[in-house]
Design a protein around this ligand. Structure first.
Ligand SMILES: Cc1ncc(COP(=O)(O)O)c(C=O)c1O
Length: 404
């Protein structure tokens, strides 16, 4: 407690505000208190409405105040069992695992509580499998330049953000970052020492980079040849965001492990690790676990959300509207000097700008549009997947106004 005045004196004002509010000052929050949401709109404490192109950083795929999500949550509450632990079976977790397996290339599922946890678990699963097929030396994990996989120790070591990593060294060992280059990966993927490669098929936090299907295909071929597990981190780009239920379907490349989180339980914390039969067969009771993972409350809601996000009509709309959004953004880039480039797919777009992205985010907020950054000079749009073409067009007109 005595250290508090020192923190207050040495830190910039946004962080001082956080400390004054009794928070550890790790977030630079927008000066907004959100009190209500409806569809694609959020409302602040002053009653002002905002078109939300952040989706809670990719979580609220079905928008706000969705009656289906509310109904599933109510049913789960009424069962009287919010939590039981993984000592017992529950129908919601079983049904959700069955649905994920039926709709994906995986043979089994592990439930956890966040994206970083899903990736940490995926690293453990891959290492256990690799040890079985290649011995204890086969344990290295390779991640890619521009990737973001979380902020826990192993995931931080796999995350290519120097300023997130530097204060926490030494990071977890046995994890290296490679360029997004098949030649370099071919040199690094020693079958005797490498257990797994982890890739975001669309890099979100790192600037919105859609990795080419040909690159992902070449990586799949290489990892097969070297007996290395291929992990796709679909925490941000999975579950419909690209217009395909799984981003790997878009590239027509089947990984060995897929990690999911953000939208899975409609705003409740949940992650999942989807694995193939060979990796599942390497795991034994006690190898991994989670007190809360797959609890009946979140699993009931996630069962409903997963069914909705699997809907082929919703996915087709995201593909079509996403293609339209891309064209509209390219047209914006052509007529505005402030826009240097646009990249993306589906409802996940990055816009490189000539001014600091934070300034444009603030101007957009003033204009009634909530957007994100993905780096100092890149804006990121993550509209809810229910956003109509009219809402997308309205958001773009607010964005254009905010550029100057
Ligand atoms: C691709 C990716 N992986 C992992 C994470 C970490 O997820 P969480 O914040 O739920 O731990 C994120 C979060 O932004 C992400 O975008």
């Amino acid at each position: 407690m005595t250290a508090l005045p020192v923190i207050m004196a040495e830190t910039p004002s946004a962080e001082r505000d956080e400390v004054a509010l009794a928070f550890v000052p790790v977030y630079a929050r927008f000066p907004l208190e959100i009190v209500r949401g409806e569809g694609t709109r959020l409302f602040d404490a002053g009653g002002r409405s905002y078109l939300d192109f952040t989706s809670g950083i990719g979580v609220n795929a079905l928008g706000y105040n969705d009656p289906g999500i509310a109904g599933a949550a109510r049913r789960a509450l009424e069962s009287g069992v919010l939590h039981t632990s993984n000592l017992f079976h529950t129908a919601p977790a079983r049904k959700l695992a069955e649905a994920l397996v039926a709709r994906s290339a995986a043979s089994s599922v592990f439930f956890c509580n966040s994206g970083a946890e899903a990736n940490e678990g995926a690293f453990k699963f891959a290492r256990k499998w690799a040890r079985g097929v290649g011995g204890a030396e086969k344990h290295e994990i390779i991640a890619l330049r521009g990737g973001f996989h979380g902020r826990l120790f192993a995931t931080l070591a796999a995350t290519d953000r120097p300023h997130y990593r530097a204060p926490f060294r030494p990071l977890a060992g046995g994890i290296a970052i490679a360029e997004r280059d098949v030649g370099e990966l071919s040199r690094m993927l020693d079958p005797d020492t490498v257990a797994a490669v982890i890739v975001e098929p669309v890099q979100g936090e790192g600037g919105v980079r859609v990795l080419e299907a040909s690159f992902l295909g070449a990586l799949r071929k290489l990892t097969h040849e070297r007996n290395v597990a291929l992990i796709f981190d679909e925490v941000q780009c999975g579950l419909g965001r690209t217009g395909w239920l799984f981003a790997y379907e878009r590239a027509d490349v089947v990984p060995d492990v897929v990690t999911l989180a953000k939208p899975l339980a409609g705003g409740l914390p949940m992650g999942a690790i989807l694995v193939n039969a060979e990796i599942a067969a390497a795991m034994r009771p006690g190898d991994h676990g989670s007190t809360f993972g797959g609890g009946p409350f979140v699993a009931t809601v996630a069962g409903h959300v997963f069914e909705r996000l699997s809907d082929s009509a919703l996915l087709a709309r995201v593909r079509e509207n996403g293609a339209w959004l891309g064209e509209a953004l390219r047209a914006l880039a052509a007529r505005r000097d402030e826009v240097r480039a646009v990249r993306g797919v589906g409802y996940l777009w990055g816009i490189d700008v000539t001014r600091p992205a934070g300034e444009i985010v603030a101007a957009a907020r003033e204009a009634g549009l909530l957007i994100l950054t993905a780096g100092d000079y890149t804006l990121r749009l993550l509209p809810p997947l229910i956003a109509t073409r009219e809402e997308l067009a309205h958001g773009l007109s607010l964005l254009e106004k905010s550029l100057s």
